[in-house]
Design a protein around this ligand. Structure first.
Ligand code: MG
Ligand code: MG
Length: 265
């Protein structure tokens, strides 16, 4: 069942999404060689709780018997695709890190992610980051009433594969609302015209996970971290998007993050 949201609900969801955006901007200021992911996680949790939100990932139940997710952020470094658990291992020059954050406020979830470079990175890895973000934006452009989920999926896949990158199949975007994961699923690969029809009031978390090498992934023994099977880097960007007046309206924002990144450069 797909839950369509009213304008009032969409405004509440924007609040949750922007709290995630502001949290990611705080992380953006601190991402540099030597910083420990667990310290980024602590900053994020404090900021969310100070602002009346609840971290949505902390305590999230696994489906495979692993312990509940222990942190506020998923921090996935280099070959980690998503669902990485923050550790005390300091970041190194040349790493890339996907930081994914979920917040619940006023009963509604925000869920959004950004991939950061740690210091100077290889040009091919920068291209992976750029193309992943572009593919997210191209997917969002397809989020028009009357289109179908497959139109979003196709746009993402085409752009990533045209650039020679692998598109992860096993993990997908999703509906968002009073639940962190709602119907419909939003795959990052697919055919135009396939899948559920897009309607006014639909809110989706669109989140391409794109690999520098092949599309295949595996899971670490911690029961959470997903890594690329070939060990090459992976990037991940996620926005929360509503259909308002038939067109996509991005509820989350990269503006705070990009301002923060410009200041630390
Ligand atoms: Mg997410
Ligand atoms: Mg998500």
């Amino acid at each position: 069942m797909i839950f369509l949201k009213t304008r009032e609900e969409i405004e509440l969801m924007r609040e949750s999404a922007l709290m995630v955006s502001r949290t990611l901007a705080i992380v953006a200021r601190e991402v540099k060689p030597g910083v420990k992911p667990i310290d980024l996680d602590k900053l994020a949790e404090e900021f969310i709780r100070d602002n009346g939100g609840v971290p949505a990932f902390k305590g999230y139940k696994s489906h495979n018997g692993a312990p509940d997710f222990p942190a506020t952020l998923c921090i996935s470094i280099n070959e980690a695709v998503v669902h990485g658990i923050p550790t005390a291992q300091p970041l190194k020059e040349g790493d890339i890190i996907s930081v994914d954050c979920g917040v619940k406020k006023n009963g509604y979830y925000g869920d959004h992610a950004y991939t950061f470079a740690v210091g100077a990175i290889k040009p091919e890895v920068q291209k992976l980051i750029d193309v992943t973000k572009q593919s997210l934006m191209l997917g969002i452009e397809q989020m028009i009433s009357g289109n179908r989920i497959g139109d979003i999926s196709y746009a993402i896949q085409q752009h990533a594969e045209k650039n020679g990158f692998g598109v992860v199949r096993e993990l997908v975007g999703h509906g968002l609302g009073k639940n962190l994961h709602e119907e419909p699923e939003v795959p990052n690969y697919g055919k135009r015209g396939d899948g559920p029809k897009l309607k006014e009031g639909m809110v989706l978390a669109i989140e391409p996970m794109i690999n520098l090498g092949k599309k295949d992934i595996k899971q670490l023994k911690d029961g959470w971290t997903i890594i690329t099977a070939d060990g090459k880097p992976s990037a991940h960007f996620e926005h929360d998007v509503a259909i308002v007046n038939g067109k996509p309206e991005i509820l989350s924002s990269y503006a705070f993050i990009e301002e923060a990144l410009a200041l630390v450069k």
